[in-house]
Design a protein around this ligand. Structure first.
Ligand SMILES: Nc1nc(=O)c2c([nH]1)NC[C@@H]1CN(c3ccc(C(=O)N[C@@H](CCC(=O)O)C(=O)O)cc3)C=[N+]21
Length: 290
């Protein structure tokens, strides 16, 4: 069984990015600048955003963290977005999700300029991706594509089963994997809460991608011998034996599944760090687009 070490691969890619940024600086070019908007104080969101800001520092990007209270109004948040759209110093920005329930996530997303949408969540970028045009690709699915590519995992002609149909992971994942290019050319099945006999679909998968948000839902009996397992889940599970009071669990029961898998991502240290590196790659691209 091969461990697909996203953490170490992300370090390698960050070093490559740093070399590029250093060259840009030598040439007196513009250093990439990523801004992140964090509304409220959801603990998981704070961790993710902190990781993004730290990664920016590691590769020599500029970063700005814009924090607003959970009580911010829709109009005030739209103003923050407009300010970032208009700020020539900011190459790209993200609005960390989820937002507090009184805010309209779709309306905020639609207000983000596609040229600065380094998350790849706006209609223009999703449409361009779907058409196979140059686009900012969504960070988690693209991070998975980079992971598969760098580990030399063949996707062409393979049966890929994706669990979960979210706008930011499951749905774009199916588009990238079925594209007529490498990596891609896979036969993709998208499963969700209404899928009948989920386990039977999973057992057919050469590559199984779990993005459902249910801790350890994928068990060994659902996995084909030799399958490649990509675990997108990052679930906090109560654990009184830990100092923090919780542990991180994926959507896959790692301990039982690893015996059957030919390759598997751990949680943490798998898809999460690849998501961040993919955001960095988009930000570098944004800074060079002008
Ligand atoms: N606008 C927006 N863009 C996103 O890209 C976005 C988002 N909203 N909302 C939430 C999801 C989730 N996400 C993660 C990023 C890093 C880790 C990460 O660094 N994970 C570490 C550990 C994290 C921990 O210790 O809790 C790891 O897996 O090794 C995880 C998850 C980005 N997302």
């Amino acid at each position: 069984m091969q461990l697909l070490d996203g953490k170490s691969l992300s370090q390698t890619i960050k070093e490559e990015l740093k070399t590029e940024v250093d060259a840009i600086r030598q040439a007196a070019g513009k250093i990439p600048h990523l801004a992140a908007v964090l509304v409220g104080d959801d603990p998981a969101s704070q961790v993710y955003v902190r990781n993004k800001v730290r990664s920016c520092e590691e590769v020599g990007f500029r970063s700005s963290l814009i924090r607003r209270p959970a009580t911010i109004s829709q109009e005030e948040l739209l103003e923050v977005v407009e300010t970032l759209n208009d700020d020539p110093d900011v190459d790209g920005f993200i609005v960390q999700l989820p937002l507090p329930a009184h805010l309209d996530e779709d309306a905020i997303n639609l207000a983000i300029s596609p040229q600065k949408d380094v998350d790849g969540f706006t209609p223009v970028n999703i449409g361009r991706m779907t058409l196979g045009l140059e686009a900012y690709l969504p960070a988690t699915p693209n991070g998975i594509m980079v992971l598969l590519e760098r580990y030399g995992i063949e996707t062409s002609g393979k049966e890929v089963v994706v669990l979960g149909r979210s706008n930011i992971v499951g749905t774009p994942m199916t588009i990238l994997l079925s594209r007529k290019r490498q990596p891609g050319n896979a036969t993709v099945t998208l499963c969700h809460s209404r899928t009948r006999d989920l386990a039977a679909h999973c057992r057919r998968a050469d590559i199984l991608i779990a993005a459902i948000g249910i801790p350890e839902m994928v068990t060994a009996d659902m996995v084909k011998e030799g399958a490649v397992i990509i675990d997108v889940g990052i679930n906090r599970v109560d654990d009184s034996s830990r100092k923090r009071g919780y542990r991180l669990a994926g959507d896959v029961d790692f301990e039982s599944v690893k015996a059957k898998a030919s390759a598997i991502t751990p949680v943490p240290g798998g898809v999460g760090p690849m998501t961040i590196v993919s955001l960095m790659m988009n930000t570098l691209k944004a800074s060079q687009a002008k």
